[in-house]
Ligand binder design. Structure first.
Ligand code: NIG
Ligand code: FE
Length: 407
């Protein structure tokens, strides 16, 4: 057993069985000052106030030389970040398009010139599987260094059967090598692959599903103006029924109908939501689908920020994720995401914290194990230097705060 003692603030405590927080509950989380936390076989077994022993437990809360203990030295202990939406397996860079963007071209204009996702697909097809793994692992390591303990990674830069499978194999290799938990999503329907007509490519995606399902946990479709229609999405998700759970890209470029078709197919999450009307909020009520917003792409592309506050007022929960990718969000820093949730979306620090931990764990199906300080969950934790709390975490959003990570 391990004991962490002298914890200045234990933040993010939730009772067992709470898999997401919605409405007013998103603004609450349990905290204990001056605390200890015990870990056995990598799981949280107990926690309490220094100097206290829980009823029925004979655990001393003083450091014991016979067991591994960590002196938190007054630092904060919190659950590691959960990033439910990333595209970190990609080849090379799109820094040329960064200059086009600075010179005034929109995301759609860059894509229409054959740049964007197709540019990444060309690069990926020319890159060997080993090299793709090597490049991607650097980004995954960067995310873990910034506090992420669980992440989702999508395919979608292959855009032909061979290269999509190459991506899914690389994601599997990452799953097998890193201490963070990694969930895998088949995003064949990210853009129309070169050489296919729209109709041919939708059929090709449908044909790839059985093989993709051997690797992936989820299926995603970029259901948006200029990419895939609601009808395409419906066909693809119908073909994937019983094989892959949906997570949908919706309402980034236009009010796309992607939220409604996602809810219809019991998507675990609908993501982006920069362009949302009250109809989308209504459609999500009573569903098991987690609305997920990606403020990093609003920041990078100059898009509106999602209406997170309105979703919460309507009684829904909201998750935030990084969308780390070369075209719309080249950054996997979940603490920056949390800060943007506060600064740009007016979430309270606790609402934003729950959005980047418990609710984002829910949005990739891992909130039984991750996202809060709960007995029985994985001890996937951030130990900070002294003096931190959840407000400071978002306020001083670039000051280094991590002293140690536990996975
Ligand atoms: O989530 N919007 C679609 N897909 C990604 C961007 C992909 C890219 O531009 O490479 C996103 O923003
Ligand atoms: Fe994305």
């Amino acid at each position: 057993m391990n004991l962490i003692y002298n914890i200045g603030l234990l933040a993010g405590i939730q009772p067992e069985g709470v898999l997401r927080v919605e409405g007013a509950a998103q603004g609450r989380t349990g905290m204990l000052e001056n605390a200890w936390l015990a870990i056995e076989d990598g799981r949280i077994v107990d926690f309490g106030k220094m100097g206290s022993v829980t009823p029925g437990s004979d655990r001393s809360v003083m450091p014991d030389p016979d067991r591994a203990s960590i002196d938190a030295c007054g630092g904060m202990v919190m659950p590691g970040f959960c990033d439910s939406h990333t595209h970190v397996v990609y080849a090379g860079s799109r820094d040329g398009e960064f200059l086009d963007k600075i010179n005034g071209l929109s995301y759609e204009e860059i894509a229409a010139r054959g740049g964007g996702i197709l540019n990444s697909a060309d690069l990926l097809q020319q890159t060997s599987e080993d090299e793709l793994y090597r490049q991607s692992l650097v980004r995954v390591q960067e995310m873990m260094d910034k506090g992420t303990v669980a992440m989702e990674i999508k395919s979608g830069y292959g855009l032909c059967p061979e290269a999509e499978l190459k991506m899914l194999r690389v994601i599997r290799r990452i799953q097998e090598t890193v201490p963070a938990t990694v969930k895998s999503t088949f995003l064949g329907a990210h853009a129309i692959g070169r050489g296919y007509s729209h109709e041919e490519y939708v059929q090709a995606v449908i044909d790839m599903i059985p093989q993709a399902a051997e690797y992936a946990d989820f299926i995603d479709v970029f259901c948006d103006e200029g990419f895939f229609t609601v009808e395409d999405t419906d066909r693809i998700l119908t073909a994937a029924q019983h094989l892959l759970t949906p997570k949908i890209h919706a309402n980034e470029l236009a009010v796309s109908g992607g939220v409604q078709v996602g809810v219809k197919h019991q998507a675990l999450s609908v993501d982006h939501l920069e362009r949302t009307t009250d109809a989308e909020i209504e459609a999500l009520k009573g569903s098991w689908t987690m609305p997920t917003m990606l403020p990093g792409s609003s920041f990078f592309l100059g898009l509106p920020y999602g209406r997170a506050k309105d979703f919460i007022k309507a009684g829904l929960g909201v998750a935030l994720a990084s969308d780390y990718n070369p075209g719309s969000s080249p950054c996997g820093d979940m603490r920056f995401v949390m800060a943007q949730g506060c600064i740009k979306m007016r979430l309270t620090p606790i609402e934003a914290f729950n959005a980047v931990t418990l609710n984002s764990a829910y949005a990739m199906g891992v909130s039984q194990e991750y996202g809060s300080i709960t007995r029985g969950k994985k001890a996937a934790l951030i130990l900070s230097t002294p003096g931190w709390d959840l407000t400071k975490l978002a306020y001083h959003y670039q000051t280094p705060f991590i002293r140690q990570m536990l996975f």
